[in-house]
Design a protein around this ligand. Structure first.
Ligand code: NAP
Length: 293
């Protein structure tokens, strides 16, 4: 089994940004800036928020952590996002999930505009992603791609896993991971089965797949007997087990001797997602710099 660890790739991406960040600082006389909206301090994403801020601090990117206040309601939130959109000192915005009930919809993702939407959730970014025909158009387009989906593609490329003509099962069809990922894998000539909670006989789909990517959020549910021979496994899931430890959707200890290669959790997709987000923040700031000239 080959371990597809993500920390090295994450560091490579982050280290490649220093020069670009300096250019932005010189060009617009301020550091690139990211506003992070986080409603719930005790949510599972709180730990990732701290990591994002730490890495941004290290690289010289300014961050603001904002809780708009659930008690102020949804209309206030939309107005608040509009204010962020109009604020020229903010290059990028990241909305942490979960949001208060009823807030997670396209109206929210569109409220601050595609230019600052570094997680690629706005309808404009999504539309451009799904129209793009190949990875070249996707990676070099004037829009952002959801960071977790992009991180999986970067891991596949980093480890030179050939997916042309491969059968890939993606478990989980959310708009931040499964759907954009399925589209990108298809554009790389893989044949994708996009599975979800209503998929019939998911095990037979898994058994016939060259690669399984799980983004479901169910601790250690994928076992060795669900895999065919020589299967690559990418685990997007981030769960907390009954002992309070972070784990993936894949039962790593059970699967590792059967899989051809596998990402660990923690230390796999997560750090690369973070690096993709920061790279998108720099891209947003560069675009602001170009347009202010
Ligand atoms: P989500 O919006 O809750 O979506 C979960 C998906 O899993 C849904 O499409 C659901 O199907 C599907 N599903 C549920 N039970 C299933 C089953 N038994 N078999 C097959 N599919 C099933 O979750 P998400 O936001 O995409 O996140 C998924 C996981 O990835 C979570 O653990 C999250 O923490 C993790 N994550 C990690 C990163 C990272 O950087 N590593 C980033 C983002 C998310 P239906 O559509 O039918 O309900």
């Amino acid at each position: 089994m080959k371990l597809l660890e993500g920390k090295t790739l994450s560091n490579e991406i982050l280290n490649s940004l220093s020069e670009r960040i300096e250019k932005v600082k010189n060009g617009i006389k301020r550091p690139p800036s990211l506003s992070i909206i986080n409603y719930f301090d005790d949510s599972p994403s709180a730990v990732y928020v701290k990591r994002k801020i730490k890495v941004c601090d290290r690289l010289g990117i300014k961050t603001d952590l904002i809780n708009p206040g659930e008690d102020k309601g949804y209309s206030y939130f939309l107005e608040f996002l509009k204010g962020v959109q109009e604020d020229s000192s903010i290059d990028a915005i990241m909305i942490e999930r979960p949001l208060p009930s009823g807030y997670e919809n396209i109206k929210t993702w569109d409220a601050f505009g595609a230019r600052k939407d570094v997680d690629g959730l706005s309808s404009l970014s999504m539309g451009k992603l799904f129209i793009a025909k190949n990875m070249d158009e996707i990676e070099n387009g004037d829009f952002f791609v959801p960071c977790t989906a992009l991180a999986v593609i970067k891991i596949i490329k980093k480890y030179s896993i050939n997916i042309e003509g491969a059968n890939i099962a993606v478990a989980g069809r959310s708009s931040i991971v499964g759907r954009p990922l399925a589209h990108m894998l298809t554009s790389m000539d893989a044949t994708v089965s996009l599975c979800h909670s209503k998929t019939k006989d998911i095990v037979s789909i898994f058994e016939n797949s060259d690669m399984i990517i799980s983004a479901v959020g169910k601790a250690r549910w994928i076992k060795a007997d669900m895999l065919g021979e020589n299967c690559a496994v990418i685990d997007v899931g981030t769960n907390i087990d009954e002992n309070g430890r972070m784990c993936g959707d894949v039962d790593f200890e059970n699967v590792k001797d059967k899989a051809r290669c596998i990402t660990p959790v923690p230390g796999g997709v997560g750090p690369v997602t973070l690096a993709c987000l920061i790279e998108n923040v720099v891209k947003a700031a560069e675009r602001n710099m170009e347009e202010s000239r």
